[in-house]
Every structure is written in C-alpha cells, then in structure tokens.
Write a protein that binds this ligand. Structure first.
Ligand SMILES: Cc1cc2nc3c(=O)[nH]c(=O)nc-3n(C[C@H](O)[C@H](O)[C@H](O)COP(=O)(O)O)c2cc1C
Length: 302
C-alpha cells in the first residue's frame, strides 16, 4: 500500500495533488466529470474584494505546448464567493485554499481577515500591480513583498501561502523575505509573461497586448525555480507549472516540493487530475518508494 499523504503548513493532505487557481472555475462545471473530493486540496480562482469583469476577448491563445491567458482575474468578488461558492465547495470535504489578490495592501488584508474563518489556508497572488504605488508588481521587489506578506500574515488566522511569480533572477531572495515575514508555505510558479502576434492584423492575438504563458512549455522553468526556492527556505514549497502526468508530479517532489498543483492540464482534459492520481501509486512503486515523503527531496545533486 502506497502512502500518498503529505503535510503542508499544518494541513494534513491525503495526497500531494492540488488543483491550481483559475483552471477549474469554482468546480460547478468540472464536478460533472471529475470527483473533486479526490484531491489533496482545492485552490480556488483568484478573488478580489469587488466583482471584476476581466479583460475583453480574445483572452486565450494556444501556442505549441502552452496556453497564453489574459483573463484579467475575472471573478464574482468576496461576497458571492463567501456566500455561494464556499458552501458549494465544502461538500467535497477537502481542504479549501482561497487564492486572493488586490490592488493595494489594504485589499489583501481585508480579504484575508474575512476569509480566514471560511477556508483552511489563503494563497496570496502577488503577481498583481499595486495601483497606489503606480503599478509596481507586489511580487517584483523584495521590500514591497515583505511589507505585504507581513500585513497579510498579521490579519490571518489560517496558514498563508505566498504564490511567487517566475522571477528567474532573485527568486531565492523573494522566497526568503516571505518566510521571514511569516508565510507558512510558498507556491510557484505563476504564469510567465508572454505575447502572440496576429500576422495579418499586425497586432496582438489577445484582446489586451500580453498575457501569461502556462502548460508543459513552462515546466522546465518551474522545475529550476522550485529547485532554487527549496534550497533557499525551510517552509514547504508547492510546485506548479506544466504538470500533466504522474511523472511530472514525481519530478517536482524529488526536487523537494511537498505538494503540486495541476493547472492547464485541467483545460486540456477535465479528468487529467484523476488520471494523475491513479497513476501516482504505481509510479512510486516503480521508483522503489512506499510513500510520498520518501520521494520528497530525494534529488541527488552529484
Ligand atoms: C486560465 C487561467 C487562469 C488563471 N487564474 C489564476 C488566478 O486567478 N490566480 C492565480 O494565482 N493564478 C492563476 N493562474 C495560474 C495557475 O494557477 C498556474 O500557476 C499556472 O497556470 C501554471 O501552472 P500550469 O502550467 O499547470 O497551468 C491561471 C492560469 C490559467 C491558465
């Protein structure tokens, strides 16, 4: 019998496979095809204080092995999330992690304080512009990030997971400031800034100029950044980026990720997550381990 359980920021998870924010809606449509109670935890689509309509279409472009999205963080806002979506998702009896974002630190703090009694953890998306500071991304500058994470952690009564952007230089420092500011875990990576060109119109193929790249094409970048962050901090790390099969999951675990999130794969096949969960125990046996914890951090650097 293979033990798939893992521990993350004080949460006991029955397996290390989570569904990533923004890629499975709020479960209403997906639950016809996929049993959401199978997963270690569910990370909900990003929520802001007020409802947001998102960006004008087109909002999705396919590229070889990847997807560029410019959804613009469309969501129904905190009130509808708290009163309608959370009660619906609670029926699946798995830990719920609410992904949040704001345009100011105050928005993040209010969201955290309101959601702390309703969910099991908060995942803070820092790939959003601080409108008050002229659009600088919260996740791009260590001192700014530290201030944000500290405020959010003070307002939280559940573990705070900070979701890091794919910063290829200085990701270790970003991770360390989050740890010092009180983050209970880190998740990475978010999408990679990207564009797609319409040759005939000589414009962008997205309604807005650029978006975020996800899917198998970003997996090698995500692996490298998870490797850097695992070395830099003691708090648990959740690996995200291009995971489509059990082998991909095992690669992130070997590097030291304590859990993973499945994103774009849900859009390729709504049953991707359950297939991955089915394939994980035989893969672990093949690798000669009887538990996920034996695989985590087993990477050999020589
Ligand atoms: C359509 C779409 C919507 C997303 N929405 C969010 C979001 O609301 N908040 C967030 O933190 N990440 C969001 N993400 C990023 C994913 O959660 C994930 O970090 C990223 O897609 C990389 O994983 P993947 O390659 O497995 O998709 C979104 C991704 C996609 C494709």
């Amino acid at each position: 019998m293979i033990d798939l359980s893992t521990e993350l920021a004080g949460l006991r998870l029955k397996n290390p496979v989570l569904l990533a924010s923004g890629t499975w809606g709020y479960g209403q449509e997906l639950s016809q095809y996929l049993d959401l109670s199978l997963f270690g935890a569910l990370v909900t689509k990003g929520i802001s204080l007020e409802p947001r309509p998102g960006n004008p279409p087109p909002r999705l472009v396919e590229t070889p092995c990847g997807l560029i999205n410019a959804i613009g963080l469309e969501n129904p806002g905190l009130k509808a999330f708290a009163t309608k979506i959370i009660p619906y998702l609670r029926r699946f009896k798995v830990p719920l992690i609410a992904n949040i974002f704001g345009e100011s630190p105050e928005e993040y703090v209010t969201l955290t304080a309101e959601l702390s009694s309703l969910v099991d953890a908060i995942e803070v998306n820092v790939s959003c512009p601080n409108v008050k500071r002229g659009g600088l991304l919260f996740g791009s500058e260590p001192a700014e990030l530290a201030r944000l994470v500290e405020k959010v952690c003070q307002a939280a009564s559940v573990p705070v997971i900070v979701k890091l952007p794919p910063k290829t230089l200085g990701i270790g420092e970003l991770a360390q400031v989050c740890e010092a500011a009180g983050a209970a875990a880190l998740s990475l990576i978010n999408t990679v800034p990207a564009m797609a060109i319409d040759l005939h119109r000589r414009g962008s193929r997205l309604g807005v100029i650029s978006g975020g790249l996800s899917g198998p094409v970003i997996k090698p970048i995500a692996l490298k950044l998870v490797y850097e962050v695992v070395k830099a901090v003691k708090i648990p790390v959740i690996g995200i980026g291009g995971i489509t099969c059990a082998t991909d999951v095992a690669e992130f675990l070997i590097l030291g990720a304590r859990a993973v999130q499945i994103g774009t794969a849900n859009l390729i096949s709504p049953r991707a997550g359950s297939r991955i969960l089915q394939d994980l125990p035989p893969l672990l046996s093949e690798l000669g381990v009887s538990s996920v914890s034996q695989l985590i951090g087993s990477f050999r650097s020589e």
